[in-house]
Design a protein around this ligand. Structure first.
Ligand code: 5GP
Length: 185
């Protein structure tokens, strides 16, 4: 059985998400925004974050996957699961609406190699939004392969494989309220 160790508790997450929401509300005071979530991992974060932003807001979702086989979580010698990004990203679900002249907040669960957000940012930029900002709940800067900077970052974490609060391992654990490190797969 894999071990789950709490890295970020639900209370810690809620406090930080409220701070991020307040920051977004300050930055876009008097304006409307659209939250664009990256499926499926960002769904939980988006729903909590959006409720902390008292502005006129709408939602959209985008789906992506990597080319070829699904990325796999493998154990490294220390027993830590490791996410192998395959380096190419493919769109599985496009936005439902035009983002032209909109204030877009791109909402992602975790910024890892940066490949996914680089790809999605370019897609969104092609719509010519009024503004584009990235909100990532988690950031693993040590894993970056492509430079990308999120405007709103919840937590910087070490290079461990995490699940919960929307994040999965083989589609499981998304409903855990805490963010946990998955060990001994
Ligand atoms: P990137 O393109 O930045 O390498 O990867 C971003 C995506 O990889 C995330 O949206 C997430 O789906 C997946 N990912 C990266 N690290 C983790 C992790 O520690 N746990 C889980 N469950 N997914 C991860």
């Amino acid at each position: 059985m894999p071990d789950l160790k709490v890295l970020l508790s639900r209370e810690t997450i809620a406090k930080r998400v409220a701070e991020m929401g307040a920051e977004i509300a300050r930055d876009f005071r008097g304006q409307s925004i659209i939250f664009v979530g990256v499926l499926k991992g960002a769904a939980v974060f988006l729903s909590d974050l959006a409720r902390q932003v008292p502005l006129e807001a709408t939602f959209d979702f985008i789906g992506v996957s990597s080319y070829g086989d699904r990325p796999t979580a493998k154990e490294d010698p220390a027993g830590h699961a490791r996410w192998d990004s395959l380096g190419e990203v493919r769109l599985t679900k496009d936005m439902d609406q035009s983002l032209a002249d909109r204030n877009v907040i791109l909402v992602e669960d975790i910024l890892d190699t940066g490949l996914t957000l680089n790809y999605i940012s370019k897609l969104v930029e092609a719509h010519q939004p009024r503004s584009l900002r990235i909100a990532a709940l988690l950031d693993k800067p040590s894993r970056r392969k492509q430079p990308i900077q999120a405007h709103y970052i919840g937590f910087t974490i070490p290079d461990a494989f995490v699940v919960g609060y929307g994040l999965d391992y083989a589609e499981k654990y998304r409903n855990l309220p805490d963010i946990c490190v998955l060990e001994n797969l």
